[in-house]
Design a protein around this ligand. Structure first.
Ligand code: ASP
Length: 421
C-alpha cells in the first residue's frame, strides 16, 4: 500500500455550495494515485453554526437551538436539492436525516463534560459534508467508500484539542483500507474518537492536521491541500495588496510561518510530514492549471520576506510588587498560570523590573487577575497588532511600519517581530 496512496484535503470553502462540490468531483476525477484519501472539512461556515447550536444548548435555549438546527438542515438540504434527483436524492436525504437525528440526540445528552458535548455536537459538520461529498463523487461515477473518521482516527480523551494515538490510528486505517479495496476513500477531517469510543476533535481548523496524520500513518506519497488561494502567499491578501506566491518552502520555514500565525496551514500539519519526508502541495481549487506551493525538504531558491499579522493582541505588563528584579521564580508563576488556563503567549519580553506578555485578547477573561495581583502590579493595553516578518530586511520593515507606531520590537536572526497600533 505504501507510496501508492495520496491524500487530498478540501476545506470548508471548497465544499461550500453545489458548484464547489462539482469542482471537487472534477479534481478527484483527475487524480492519478492508485489510492486516494479525500479528507473533507465541514461545508462553508457549518462549524461556526454548530458552535452556536452548542451555545444555545448550554444556555438551555431550546427555541434558539431548534431554530439554528433547522437553518443548518435547510442549508444542507438546499445543496442536495441542487445536485441530486430522484432515488439518488432520496438516498442522500435519508442519510442527512439520520445525521440530524444523531445531532439532536447529542444536543439532548445530559451526561459528560461540556467539552465532550462540544465535540459530540460540532463533529456532525464533517459527518454531513463527507456524506454529501461521497454521494457527489458517486453521482459523477467516481466509485468511493465513505469512512467514519471516528472509527479510524484514534486520539486521547482531551476533548476539543485531542492528541493522536498514531499506533492505533495506523492499525485502524490500514484495516479499513484492506477491508474493502477502493481507489477513493472519503472521510472527515478534524474529528476522531478516543479508545473508549467518545467523539473528539483536534482543535479548530484541524482538518489539515488530519490529512497529514493520515498521510503519515499510510506512508503516503504526498498530501495536497486545495485552497481558495494560489498557494502559500508571503502575506495575507486581506491586509496586503501586493502579495507574492512562495513556490517552494522548506518544512522548517513552513512550520515557522504557521507558528507565527500564517493561517494558510494548521501549525501541527508539518511535523508528521517532515518525519517521513512526505511533500505537501498547497494548490488552488479554482485555478487548476497553476502549480501552487511545494513544502518539502528543499529550501526555497529565493528568500522572500513574509509578513504575518495577528490583530487584537493584548500586551500585559507585570511588575513585581516586592520591588525585586524580574527573576525565574516570577516567570515560573506566570508561565504556570498561562499553561493552566491554556493561554498561548505569542511574544514575551523581560526587563529589569517589568515582564511583558502578548497574547490574543480574546483570552483576557481567562487570566486570574486577583491571583496575579497578589505578587504583581498589572497594566494592560489591547487592540494591538503583532507583526512578524520572516526573512526581514530594512526595506520590508520600513514598508510595514510607515503608518504604525511600534511599542515593542524583537529581532532574532532573520525574524523581526513588532507590536504596533
Ligand atoms: N471544520 C473544522 C473547522 O472549521 C475543521 C477544519 O475546517 O479544518 O474548524
Amino acid at each position: 500500500m505504501s507510496q501508492a496512496v495520496e491524500v487530498y484535503k478540501f476545506g470548508g470553502a471548497s465544499v461550500k455550495d453545489a458548484e464547489s462540490l462539482l469542482n471537487v468531483a472534477k479534481i478527484v476525477k483527475q487524480h492519478k494515485a492508485s489510492q486516494l484519501i479525500v479528507v473533507v472539512s465541514a461545508m462553508g461556515k457549518t462549524t461556526n453554526a454548530l458552535e452556536l447550536i452548542f451555545k444555545a444548548r448550554l444556555n438551555n435555549n431550546q427555541k434558539l437551538q431548534n431554530k439554528r438546527l433547522e437553518q443548518l438542515k435547510g442549508f444542507h438540504v438546499g445543496i442536495v436539492g441542487q445536485l441530486f434527483e430522484n432515488e439518488h436524492k432520496e438516498l442522500i436525504l435519508n442519510e442527512i436525516e439520520g445525521v440530524f437525528h444523531s445531532l439532536k440526540d447529542s444536543c439532548n445528552t445530559k451526561t459528560g463534560s461540556e467539552d465532550e458535548l462540544y465535540d459530540k455536537i460540532v463533529s456532525h459538520g464533517e459527518l454531513l459534508s463527507t456524506k454529501i461529498v461521497s454521494a457527489t463523487l458517486q453521482l459523477k461515477d467516481i466509485d468511493n467508500k465513505w469512512i467514519d473518521a471516528r472509527e479510524v482516527i484514534i486520539t486521547d480523551q482531551r476533548n476539543r484539542n485531542a492528541s493522536i494515538d498514531f499506533t492505533s490510528t495506523t492499525l485502524k486505517l490500514k484495516d479499513q483500507l484492506n477491508k474493502q479495496v477502493k481507489k477513493v476513500y472519503v472521510l472527515g477531517g478534524f474529528i476522531g474518537s478516543s479508545k473508549q469510543g467518545i467523539t473528539t476533535t483536534l482543535g479548530r481548523e484541524g482538518s489539515d492536521y488530519s490529512a497529514s496524520v493520515i498521510a503519515y500513518c499510510l506512508n503516503a506519497k504526498s498530501v495536497t491541500i486545495w485552497k481558495d488561494v494560489e498557494g502559500v502567499l508571503n502575506a495575507d491578501p486581506r491586509y496586503f495588496k501586493d502579495t507574492q506566491k512562495l513556490d517552494q518552502i522548506s518544512y522548517e520555514n513552513a512550520a515557522e510561518l504557521s507558528y507565527y500565525g500564517a493561517s494558510v496551514i494548521h501549525p501541527k500539519t508539518i511535523q508528521p510530514l517532515k518525519k517521513l519526508k512526505i511533500p505537501l502541495y498547497v494548490r488552488s481549487f479554482e485555478k487548476l492549471e497553476t502549480k501552487g506551493t511545494t513544502i518539502s525538504e528543499k529550501e526555497s531558491v529565493k528568500n522572500i520576506a513574509s509578513f504575518i499579522i495577528k490583530p487584537q493582541q493584548c500586551l500585559m505588563s507585570l511588575k513585581p510588587k516586592d520591588f525585586s528584579f524580574v527573576n525565574e521564580k516570577h516567570l515560573k508563576v506566570l508561565y504556570t498560570h498561562f499553561d493552566d488556563i491554556s493561554v498561548r503567549v505569542n511574544l514575551a519580553q523581560h526587563s529589569a523590573i517589568h515582564t511583558y506578555f502578548i497574547f490574543d485578547q480574546k483570552w483576557i477573561d481567562r487570566i486570574n487577575k486577583p491571583l496575579l495581583e497578589k505578587s504583581f502590579e498589572i497594566n494592560q493595553k489591547t487592540d494591538l497588532n503583532l507583526i512578524t516578518i520572516c526573512f526581514s530586511d530594512e526595506q520590508s520593515i520600513e514598508k510595514i511600519t510607515k503608518d504604525q507606531t511600534i511599542i515593542l520590537d524583537q529581532k532574532i536572526g532573520k525574524v523581526t517581530r513588532l507590536l504596533t497600533y
